[in-house]
Every structure is written in structure tokens, then in C-alpha cells.
Design a protein around this ligand. Structure first.
Ligand code: NDP
Ligand code: MG
Length: 382
């Protein structure tokens, strides 16, 4: 029985992680969980899974639910609460599925406590990849990818990575606006952007997919997870999202991972690897039905955010922190109807241009650059 902790239980990845746990009750037990504000969903999950510790975003939310919990549940909140959930000493694996750089400190705390982390929260690796990976190495802790592309690469990697891998190739669906011109993008709405053709995900990552910042964050995520230089990370458009990513070797062989676009598959693999369990529901791949798979080169002018992410990644230091913070705040402004879709990339570019990068930043520096970037953008917009 593997004991699991889960950050972001009420989100898209969180709910699907609980689907996997529910489907394999004899293999997994949920021991701790955290969520933000979604009381209704959170309470239902607590009643069903009976974790020992639960954390919520604020004291106000904790006060609202305290009297409704089973008596054995310890309720905590805020930045300290989420760390308590992430470091519960009897836990075998932490699944980090919160959204945004708020996931950084609990990830570091879990690693510090020698707990393996299945990481969906890509913003953490983007904003502080060097700190997270160095600490994981020092503590002998494994970071297991949940993101479908990185899970695919993880499953296709073999041999001497430095000597034998010539490229990793991330596939990108192109998001909700794959076939629209820059001219058409000027007038797209929030509803248009939230309508992803292949994947059903949280709002922020769906917008990131439409701008292709998601792929940019994934390029940086791949650099840190697999310790591979940016020159060896490529992106290709593949509209069906059936090949989840590929690894090319120096002899010209390419290993690809295929499957239906269903996040429960990489989530489950992160919980069981290197073993596999039954796919309990979902749809197995039917290549006859599909008929054909398509591939296309990426236009980096059209998908400006992907270009900016490569640039920030190559500069390194605090540049990816700025890229991520600017993007998080710009996407939230877009979702509130305060800026247009194309202003997202403008804001990210401007934030990067105005920033003077500092190399090998400490945790304190990253937290301060993250906060500064957000504040500057908010004051610029208002
Ligand atoms: P959602 O927005 O659906 O869920 C986010 C979760 O985090 C919710 O449980 C939310 O709680 C919680 N949360 C947000 N802010 C806070 C906070 N300040 N304190 C505590 N909890 C908080 O996101 P997704 O599930 O879509 O994505 C999660 C992560 O996984 C992201 O990093 C994303 O990039 C990555 N990812 C997602 C994929 C997908 O298919 N969705 C695929 C690959 C990666 P509440 O709602 O209760 O407020
Ligand atoms: Mg992905």
C-alpha cells in the first residue's frame, strides 16, 4: 500500500489523481491533501478518502469547514499548512498538482524530508529548477514527471543520456488557436481560449496551451528533469496529441510514447513506476480508427511565448522566474477580462526586457523576483 499526499486535490490533475487512487484502493491510500478555496469539492474528497491532514489556502476557509470534518482529520492552512501536508513523515510519495509557483516551497520541503515527488506543477521547476534538482540530488529523492510529455520522455529514455541521446522532441497540439492567424488572435475571447481541442485541463494551463507558453514552460521543465541542454530540446506540432513525446538517439532511432490523451495514464504511471496497473476506464488507443497522424514545424513568430521561453531558459538565473511570474499574472489578468489575448505575450516580453538577470539565485531571491515582477505588471496595467 503506497501512502500518497496530494497538493491541489480539487484541480484538474488533483481530481484525476483521486480517480486513480479510487480505482486502485488496494494499492494506494491518500494520507494528506491540500486545496485552495473549493470547499464543496474539498469536503466531498475528505469524506470519501479520509486523509489524516488537510490544508486549505486561508484561515477563513479553514474556519468555514472546521466543524464539518471527521474528528481524526487535522486541519491546517496557508503557507505553513501546505508544508505540513507536503512533509507528513509516513508518506511515500507527494503528488504536487497545485497551480503556479506557490508549489515551490512545499516541493523543497518534501524533498528536504526525503519524500519522492511526482511533479505536475511545472511552474515550480521553471521558476527554480536549479534549486529543486540540486536538493533532490543531495537528498537522494526522485522527481517523477506527471506532465504527459515528460512522462513519455521518461519512459523512452535509456542508455547513456549525455552520449547517446541526440534530441528530445516535445509534441505540441497547438492549443485552441492552432489554425488562427495573428490578425485573428487580436479579437479572440476568453471562452474561445478555454476551448482546448484535445485536453480538458485547468483554466491557466488551457490559456498557456493557446499561447504555447505551456510548451515553453515544458521545454524548461524538460531541461531540469532530464538535465539536457536547450540545444537538444525540440518542439513539433502534432495536432492529434497521440504521440506524447519522443527521444531521438545518435544512431537515428526515435522512440515515441503513444496513447489516448488522458492524464490519468501518466498520473497512474507516476504512482506505480516502473510497474504498471490496469487502465481502469479510459479509452485504449485505436490506430485503425485514427488513420493518420500529422506533424508540422513550429512558427516561432506566431507562437511568440514559446520563443520567449527558450530565450529565458538559455539566459537562465532569474530570467525563467520572471518569465513564469509575468505569465501567471498576465494569464490571470486575461481571465479577468482586463487585457487581450495578445497582451499576454507583450507583457511577458516587456517584463523580460526590463529585468536584469542574476545568476544562480537563492530561494529568497527567487521569491523576491517573483513578487516584484507581479507587482510591477499590476501597477503598469492599472
Ligand atoms: P487547476 O487550476 O485545475 O487546479 C489547481 C489546484 O491548486 C486546485 O486544487 C486549487 O485549489 C489549488 N491551488 C491554487 N492556488 C492555490 C494556493 N494559493 N494555495 C493552495 N492551493 C491552491 O490546475 P491543473 O490541475 O490544471 O494544473 C495543476 C498543475 O499541473 C499546473 O502546474 C499545470 O501546469 C500542471 N499540468 C496540468 C495538466 C492538466 O491536464 N490539467 C497537464 C500537465 C500539467 P482550489 O481550486 O480549491 O482553489
Ligand atoms: Mg503537457
Amino acid at each position: 500500500m503506497k501512502k500518497i499526499g496530494l497538493l491541489g486535490s480539487t484541480g484538474s490533475i488533483g481530481v484525476q489523481t483521486l480517480d486513480v487512487i479510487r480505482a486502485h484502493k488496494s494499492s494506494f491510500q491518500l494520507v494528506t491533501m491540500s486545496f485552495g478555496k473549493n470547499i464543496e469539492k474539498g469536503l466531498a474528497q475528505i469524506n470519501e478518502f479520509q486523509p489524516y491532514i488537510v490544508s486549505v489556502e486561508t484561515k477563513e476557509i479553514a474556519d468555514q469547514i472546521a466543524h464539518q470534518l471527521p474528528s481524526h482529520v487535522k486541519l491546517v492552512y496557508g503557507a505553513e499548512g501546505i508544508i505540513e501536508v507536503a512533509t507528513y513523515h509516513k508518506m511515500d510519495l507527494l503528488v504536487n498538482a497545485v497551480m503556479g509557483s506557490v508549489g515551490l516551497k512545499p516541493t523543497l520541503a518534501a524533498i528536504e524530508s526525503r519524500i519522492d515527488v511526482a511533479i505536475a506543477n511545472k511552474e515550480t521547476l521553471v521558476t527554480a529548477g536549479h534549486l529543486v534538482t540540486q536538493l533532490a540530488e543531495k537528498m537522494g529523492v526522485e522527481l517523477i514527471p506527471v506532465d504527459s510529455e515528460h512522462s513519455a520522455i521518461y519512459q523512452c529514455l535509456e542508455g547513456n543520456i549525455e552520449k547517446e541521446v541526440s534530441r528530445i522532441i516535445l509534441t505540441a497540439s497547438g492549443g485552441s488557436f492552432r489554425d488562427r492567424s495573428i490578425e485573428e488572435l487580436k479579437t479572440v475571447t476568453i471562452e474561445d481560449a478555454l476551448n482546448h481541442p484535445n485536453w480538458n485541463m485547468g483554466a491557466k494551463i488551457t490559456i498557456d496551451s493557446a499561447t504555447m507558453m505551456n510548451k515553453g514552460l515544458e521545454v524548461i521543465e524538460a531541461k531540469w528533469l532530464f538535465n539536457i541542454p536547450y540545444e537538444k530540446i525540440d518542439v513539433i506540432l502534432h495536432k492529434e496529441s497521440i504521440i506524447h513525446s519522443m527521444v531521438e538517439y545518435i544512431d537515428g532511432s526515435v522512440l515515441a510514447h503513444l496513447g489516448s490523451p488522458d492524464m490519468r495514464v501518466p498520473i497512474q504511471y507516476a504512482l506505480t513506476k516502473p510497474e504498471r496497473l490496469d487502465m481502469y476506464e479510459g479509452k485504449k488507443l485505436n490506430l485503425w480508427e485514427l488513420g493518420a497522424l500529422h506533424f508540422q514545424q513550429v512558427d516561432y513568430e506566431r507562437f511568440r511565448c514559446l520563443h520567449l521561453a527558450y530565450e529565458a531558459g538559455k539566459i537562465g538565473g532569474t530570467a525563467p522566474t520572471v518569465l513564469n511570474a509575468a505569465n501567471e499574472i498576465a494569464v490571470s489578468l486575461f481571465l479577468q477580462g482586463k487585457i487581450t489575448f495578445l497582451q499576454i505575450e507583450e507583457i511577458v516580453e516587456k517584463a523580460l526586457m526590463m529585468h536584469r538577470t542574476s545568476n544562480s539565485p537563492s530561494l529568497e531571491e527567487i521569491v523576491s523576483v517573483d513578487k516584484d515582477t507581479r507587482e510591477k505588471i499590476l501597477s503598469y496595467i492599472s
